[in-house]
Design a protein around this ligand. Structure first.
Ligand code: OSB
Ligand code: MG
Length: 368
């Protein structure tokens, strides 16, 4: 496959409702799409960096810069580039995993479309539908939260994740348990909002029989997570800390987590995400697929990944309508609490040109 260039598109998509986490409030998803163009096919990737460096150090404008200035020029020097060569070629550039992941997915999608192979099959998927959970933001009041959870349970979601922070943790969990019962699969996500000294406070979540608590402490605090894991009965799941297969292996060896959230963007791509899956399966560590408010492009690829055998917990793979009133691809619609794994070549979905143009705020073409 001979690549001729990459198109970068910055898009802005309004959210159906503000989404609040311990690190900030989103009302519009600014995102970057990457289109790889070759002599045989074109492919799409979505960069999950947000518009500010609050979840991790990456942000959209930095992604545009690093891809334009360093990543694409490095790939230009590789004859007959294929997706497996992208990460090794870009390895000497530190960090910027979300940007690398988007470029790798665009190349992989182009390659798979050219050969007619679905991404799910390429990755080793074993399911044709995946179980869907939903991530519920921090609200202004408990009644508002209960209304939101009620709506999602009505839509069929099989697992609820509550975003928490100091001051919004024990009471919302208690209220959801009291209203919806002990059978609801329930978990919480702190996005690093707590400190080591909060162990006794977080132990107050233990009686609520949560599936897991996600990333309570700082991204770099593996030791703190190991100490917390020993102090709680609620299982610790890591998100922000797991930036590579090595980080996953280390966290497991240190008993810093017993469950892993896999987000391909956070770890540098779907190929590294599969390696993390494999490491976790080898250690009997359940994994689930995280989300980053993806459009249909990133969502399609996440659903393919979530169909691998080790993904035994429902993911943050919700329907398109969870975030967007209209998506740039055919929408993903949750039925019986599941989403279908795309069956077409590559990621299996293509953006609608008009819908895409309507949300595009900036386009760059980088010729190879
Ligand atoms: O920590 O999982 C997270 C959204 C943006 C950034 C980080 C996270 C999230 C979510 C929502 O929890 C995931 C989704 O529904 O796409
Ligand atoms: Mg998380």
């Amino acid at each position: 496959m001979k690549l001729t260039g990459f198109e970068l598109r910055v898009i802005e998509m309004p959210l159906v409702a503000p989404f609040r986490t311990s690190f900030g409030v989103e009302t519009t998803r600014e995102a970057l799409l990457v289109r790889a163009v070759s002599d045989e096919a074109e492919g799409w990737g979505e960069c999950v960096a947000m518009n500010e460096p609050l979840y991790s150090s990456e942000y959209v404008a930095a992604s545009v810069d690093v891809i334009t200035r360093f990543l694409v020029p490095a790939l230009a020097g590789v004859p007959d580039l294929d997706a497996s060569a992208v990460a090794p070629t870009l390895e000497r550039f530190k960090g910027h995993r979300m940007s690398k992941a988007a470029v790798e997915l665009a190349v992989l999608d182009a390659e798979l479309r050219a050969s007619g192979v679905p991404l799910s099959r390429e990755l080793g998927a074993v399911r044709d539908r995946v179980d869907c959970g939903v991530s519920v933001g921090i609200m202004d009041s408990i009644p508002e939260l209960l209304d939101a959870v009620d709506g999602y349970l009505d839509e069929g979601y099989v697992r609820i994740k509550l975003k928490i922070e100091p001051g919004w943790d024990i009471e919302p969990v208690r209220a959801v348990r009291e209203r919806f019962g002990d059978d609801v699969l329930l978990q919480v996500d702190a996005n690093t909002a707590y400190r080591r000294g909060d162990a006794r406070h977080l132990a107050r979540l233990d009686p609520f029989d949560l599936l897991l608590i996600e990333q309570p402490l700082d991204e770099e605090d593996l030791l703190g997570h190991a100490q917390l894991a020993a102090a709680l009965t609620t299982p610790i799941c890591l998100d922000e800390s797991i930036v590579s297969a090595r980080a996953a292996a280390d966290a497991i060896a240190l008993d810093a987590c017993s469950i892993v959230n896999i987000k391909p963007g956070r770890v540098g791509g779907y190929l590294e995400a599969r390696r993390i899956h494999d490491v976790c399966v080898a250690h009997d560590i359940p994994v689930w697929c995280g989300g980053m408010l993806e459009t249909g492009i990133g969502r399609a690829a996440n659903v393919a990944l979530a169909a691998l055998p080790g993904f035994t917990l429902p993911g943050d793979t919700s329907g398109s309508n969870r975030y967007y009133s209209s998506d740039i691809t055919d929408p993903f619609v949750v039925e019986d609490g599941t989403l279908p794994v795309p069956t077409g070549p590559g990621i299996g979905v293509t953006p609608d040109r008009d819908a895409l143009d309507a949300v595009t705020v900036r386009t760059e073409w980088i010729a190879l």
